[in-house]
Design a protein around this ligand. Structure first.
Ligand SMILES: [Mg+2]
Length: 203
């Protein structure tokens, strides 16, 4: 059994966009990193909130979601960004590098078609700052097809808040428990026993 995916963006979520005057939230600290394929003498400056590390670890350790990077940082999210927050290696959606001048070349987030292929029938909650109304319609339609899908859209100048992760866990918990209960019931039936295991959410 695999808990629902939690897809996580980086830019505008973990790394907030600067305000018009160039400032970033005081909660975030500066790091210089060298993405793959870039010259070591030409690092990229990023701003990360050290509090995000424990929050994300708490989310991961809940076992209620399967974390997955979904970002144009691709593998660098796993090898560069995550470790700066103390995160273990998290898999990433292998997004292509399209030649696009907008993140919504077809009116919706460019990542979405790749995510849909990647997910198949799997349920997912997706945190990204760049959805359009078409993405929200897509999520509703996917849910109606029996593939529970939820989108969370932080303010890109603020980024990820604890409440976004609480919302993710609250969304995932019933799904994960239902999966576990179905498996337990099937296991019980397979053993030829006439009993029902009822799982209740943790307090
Ligand atoms: Mg983004």
């Amino acid at each position: 059994m695999r808990p629902p995916y939690l897809l996580l963006d980086v830019d505008g979520v973990l790394i907030p966009f600067p305000d018009a005057d160039g400032t970033t939230p005081a909660t975030h600290g500066r790091h210089d990193v060298v993405p793959g394929g870039r010259n070591a003498g030409n690092p990229v400056t990023v701003w990360l909130n050290p509090a995000h590390g424990p929050l994300l670890m708490h989310t991961i350790r809940s076992g209620l979601v399967t974390p997955l990077w979904c970002t144009s940082w691709r593998q660098d999210a796993t090898t560069l960004v995550g470790p700066l927050l103390g995160l273990p290696p998290i898999p990433h959606v292998d997004l292509p590098r399209p030649r696009i001048t907008t993140s919504h070349p077809n009116g919706y987030l460019w990542k979405r078609d790749h995510v849909e292929t990647w997910l198949g029938d799997a349920p997912a909650i997706w945190i990204d700052d760049d959805f359009t109304s078409l993405d929200h319609t897509w999520a509703a339609e996917r849910t109606a097809l029996g593939r529970p899908t939820a989108l969370i859209q932080p303010d890109p100048h603020v980024g990820l808040l604890a409440e976004h992760l609480v919302e993710s866990l609250a969304w995932a918990a019933p799904l994960t428990l239902a999966q576990a209960q179905a498996m337990a019931t099937a296991s019980t039936l397979g053993a030829g026993k006439d009993s029902t295991l009822v799982l209740t959410p943790p307090a």
